[in-house]
Design a binder for this molecule. Structure first.
Ligand SMILES: Nc1ncnc2c1ncn2[C@@H]1O[C@H](COP(=O)(O)OP(=O)(O)OP(=O)(O)O)[C@@H](O)[C@H]1O
Ligand SMILES: [Mg+2]
Length: 242
């Protein structure tokens, strides 16, 4: 299948710190790629470059047909095609769940209210929270809020979803709820790139695993590389992570 993301030799510094160094990988449509690695290895930065939340110093990125690193990028269209979910949910506290989800389709896609409402209910169903439509975020658990944040992204019908440690702030039970939603999304064919510390989840759901170390792609392959690391760095990482 054709790549939906093509990252070609990107490098980036923050001041004098080199954070990404010659990172290259591609993501096929419909596949799930897990990015793992120690704190500070550049995982979030690499993910944020895909959505142009960060710019690169050199190299090229193509995402869903957009030349992300080229001139004339339509940032709005890129952001419509790519959904991103972070560890923090960033829901509006004064809006209900339904209103939170309807906001972007109404403002960005200029969707009419009944249509935006239908879409919002459909994505709420997808994350198993249709019964919470009229609740406020403060009335939900962390896991439920994170599922609303995922639903909010899905309401824009993205072609690609990026997840950056979306379960890190949750206790194990709530983590499970969120991971199940992500697993279902993957099974439904969503293309996903996820930064995660959940090795069991990566093993189960990821088609490919990218191990980043010191700003580089240190190992890249099927999830089975976690069971047979080629480098001492990945062996140490997996050993510590279990
Ligand atoms: N906006 C920034 N300004 C300066 N330095 C930054 C910035 N963002 C990240 N860095 C640095 O870049 C390096 C990589 O950060 P990044 O957030 O990509 O790591 P990470 O692999 O996601 O780590 P973690 O697992 O802790 O989230 C770190 O040394 C970090 O301090
Ligand atoms: Mg990070």
């Amino acid at each position: 299948m054709s790549p939906i993301v093509e990252i070609d030799n990107i490098s980036k510094c923050f001041g004098s710190t080199r954070v990404l160094e010659g990172v290259s990988f591609t993501v096929r449509k419909g596949s799930v790629v897990a990015i793992i690695g120690q704190s500070g290895s550049g995982k979030s930065t690499a993910l944020r470059c895909i959505d142009r939340l960060e710019t690169v110093d050199s190299g090229h990125i193509k995402v869903c047909g957009h030349d992300v690193t080229g001139p004339g990028l339509d940032l709005h269209q890129l952001r419509r095609d790519v959904g991103i979910v972070f560890q923090s949910y960033n829901l509006f506290p004064h809006l209900t769940v339904l209103q939170n989800i309807m906001l972007a389709p109404r403002l960005v896609q200029k969707a009419r209210k009944p249509q935006a409402r239908d879409t919002a209910m459909a994505v709420l169903n997808q994350v198993g929270l249709a019964d919470k439509a009229d609740h406020y975020p403060s009335q939900l658990s962390g896991g439920q809020q994170q599922r609303v944040a995922i639903a909010r992204s899905l309401a824009m019908s993205p072609q690609l979803m990026l997840f950056d440690e979306v379960t890190s702030a949750l206790d194990p039970q709530l983590t499970g709820e969120v991971l199940r939603v992500m697993e279902r999304l993957a099974a439904d064919g969503m293309t996903m790139i996820l930064v995660t510390h959940e090795m069991a989840f990566a093993r189960k759901v990821a088609d490919e695993v990218i191990f980043m170390h010191r700003g580089r792609v240190w190992e890249h392959g099927p999830a089975s590389i976690l069971d047979a690391p080629a480098t001492t760095e990945l062996r140490d990482f997996v050993g510590n992570g279990l």
